[in-house]
Ligand binder design. Structure first.
Ligand SMILES: O=P(O)(O)OC[C@H]1O[C@H](OP(=O)(O)OP(=O)(O)O)[C@H](O)[C@@H]1O
Ligand SMILES: Nc1ncnc2[nH]cnc12
Length: 186
């Protein structure tokens, strides 16, 4: 479902046009939604931050957790705007100190995501942020770290782009999902 767009914001067509598509990347058959073209368009980037900021209030969030690498770009300015902690979920081997890690499957492979044990205060209410949700595997694994290891609760899942035809809703059924734009197929 496409989101409502307030009149003073970008309209949905303009926002859609700000997202570059790259066919057959990183593998044949994948239609890649490239958010770097949002970052070079300050109106589009600002629209993302403004809308995500509303989700922080709506979902009563006190901590942001961003997924490597493209989730960082949206979560970092938001965390600073709202003066709330930003926790990084990174691929295995990138974070120093004690970590919790979880393996997951991707649309195009498998990977391992980790967070630092000291970074989330137990009892936090965490919004997970990424650029795009495809199968939901990345966010599901990250959510498991928040709930089972960090003993915190999940306020929701947030991303710029959703690809619901890849089935993420069935994997992320334990908290609200928020996306700015959804694509229904290739
Ligand atoms: O919903 P899923 O099927 O899990 O897929 C979505 C994930 O895939 C992409 O990241 P990728 O693993 O390509 O890493 P990158 O951001 O570091 O390039 C994207 O940025 C999401 O994190
Ligand atoms: N189709 C896609 N476009 C961009 N990032 C992705 N991550 C997983 N699938 C993707």
């Amino acid at each position: 479902m496409l989101p409502d767009v307030r009149e003073r914001d970008m309209n949905l067509k303009e926002f859609d046009e700000s997202i570059r598509r790259v066919k057959d990347f990183p593998k044949p058959g994948i239609n890649f939604y490239d958010i770097t073209s949002i970052l070079t368009n300050s109106e589009a980037f600002g629209y993302c931050l403004e809308q995500m900021n509303l989700w922080i209030d709506e979902l009563e969030v006190d901590t942001l957790l961003a997924v490597e690498a493209r989730g960082f770009l949206f979560a970092a300015p938001l965390a600073q705007m709202r003066k709330i902690p930003l926790v990084l979920a990174r691929k295995k081997g990138k974070l120093p100190g004690k970590t919790w890690c979880e393996e997951y499957s991707l649309e195009y492979g498998t990977d391992v995501v980790c967070i630092q044990q000291e970074d989330i205060a137990p009892g936090s209410r965490v919004l997970l942020i990424d650029d795009l949700i495809a199968t939901g595997g990345t966010l599901k694994a990250t959510a498991a770290l928040v709930k089972n290891q960090a003993r915190s609760s999940l306020a929701g899942y947030a991303a710029v782009i959703g690809l619901p035809f890849l089935g993420y809703e069935k994997h992320l059924d334990d908290a609200p999902i928020r996306t700015l734009i959804n694509y229904q197929g290739e």
